[in-house]
Design a binder for this molecule. Structure first.
Ligand code: AQP
Length: 334
């Protein structure tokens, strides 16, 4: 595999993947595999930072692989594997735990959001999760990381860790400083119930998100119930920016229809949100339901999915061990 440009990204097997994962990450994964070497990982160790039922975790790993394939990832082009199957992730994470600084982790806003008001009760894993994410990326010396905007801060931390490692161990440019690849238009798909919160698998209400496995009927009901605005669709972005739910629906429409937001506003200004919802439902049904059907079909052959993970693990492990051997030498472990 060429050492020049290398893409790495991961998805947590914490349940049904949704429209946010699809527009923020998976679509980008698929287009990148055409032009670069790519490694895509089901990050089960990250999922464990909040409690997962063991059987559900196993099932969700396969569901995530099925979602990768259904959206267009090709295991012959990209390496697809499960994080815990390559032990180098945890070994490098420990080494990087000793490089990363507590002050850096204290600034991570995702920990504050996910830990909620009682931080004392959050798992230690949730707190040091960004160090494991840095290890995931640096283990392969990845140069590019496609993620949604919510992961930007963690990516910056990965760069800081890489830089400090290179300085501490006197090996300038050993770890590349990974670049985030964040989609320009819809980098953060928001909840359908609250336009100030991101669409998320762990949000209690299923009405807050469009799942990739939703049926046409479910999509239609969710869009109908989505929060919008009591006034008509405005003709300029300044007004829209003060209406996060309306902006979210229009952003999703713009992304899937591949028309820029100004053009969408030109077409829709003055109309009721029910009109936008009707058009958006049609678009979502034609974009998402084929993916959902494919996921369900792929899940009926678990052995096939496990085989893909096995092959991916073998390929990933070769790169990981090669890099880790040098890391062990640099830090004085061998
Ligand atoms: N709402 C979103 N908009 C844009 N991108 C998103 N991503 C997640 N939510 C959105 C991107 O999807 C990739 C995989 O994310 P993940 O599932 O590993 O973790 P997450 O970001 O924590 O996603 P969730 O849905 O919020 O999961 P839970 O509820 O389990 O924590 C990442 O690139 C992410 O940026």
């Amino acid at each position: 595999m060429s050492k020049k440009k290398l893409v790495f990204s991961g998805v947590q097997p914490t349940g049904n993947l949704h429209l946010g994962n699809y527009l923020g990450a998976l679509k980008n994964f698929v287009s990148l595999q055409k032009e670069m070497n790519c490694i895509y990982c089901v990050v089960d160790l990250h999922a464990m930072t909040t409690f997962q039922k063991p059987q559900a975790l196993k099932d969700n790993v396969l569901e995530t692989v099925a979602s990768f394939l259904a959206t267009g990832l090709d295991p012959n082009k990209s390496i697809i594997f499960k994080q815990s199957a390559v032990p180098g992730h945890t070994e490098l994470a420990w080494i990087l735990n000793c490089v990363s600084r507590i002050g850096w982790l204290n600034r991570m806003t995702q920990f504050k959001d996910k830990a909620g008001s009682d931080k004392e009760k959050a798992s230690v894993g949730l707190y040091i999760y960004p160090n494991l994410m840095a290890a995931d990326i640096l283990l392969y010396k990845a140069t590019h990381v496609p993620v949604g905007a919510d992961q930007k801060q963690h990516l910056e931390l990965s760069r800081d860790i890489a830089q400090k490692f290179n300085n501490d161990f006197d090996c300038k440019d050993f770890f590349p400083l990974p670049q985030p690849l964040i989609p320009k238009n819809v980098s953060r798909v928001m909840s359908l119930r609250d336009g100030t919160k991101k669409m998320s698998k762990s949000e209690d209400s299923d009405y807050s998100r469009i799942n990739l496995k939703d049926t046409a009927d479910e999509i239609s009901k969710k869009v109908k119930k989505a929060k919008s605005d009591s006034e008509e669709i405005p003709d300029n972005l300044k007004i829209l920016e003060k209406k996060p739910e309306a902006l979210n629906l229009l952003n999703i429409y713009s992304e899937i229809s591949k028309e820029n937001l100004e053009k969408v506003l030109n077409e829709m200004s003055g109309k009721e949100y029910s009109f936008l919802k009707m058009k958006l439902t049609e678009l979502l049904i034609s974009e998402i339901t084929p993916v959902g059907k494919e996921i369900k079909k792929l899940l009926s052959d678990r052995a096939h999915l496990e085989q893909i993970l096995k092959k991916g693990k073998e390929k990933a492990n070769i790169i990981a061990e090669e890099n880790l051997k040098i890391v062990r030498e640099k830090v004085g472990l061998i």
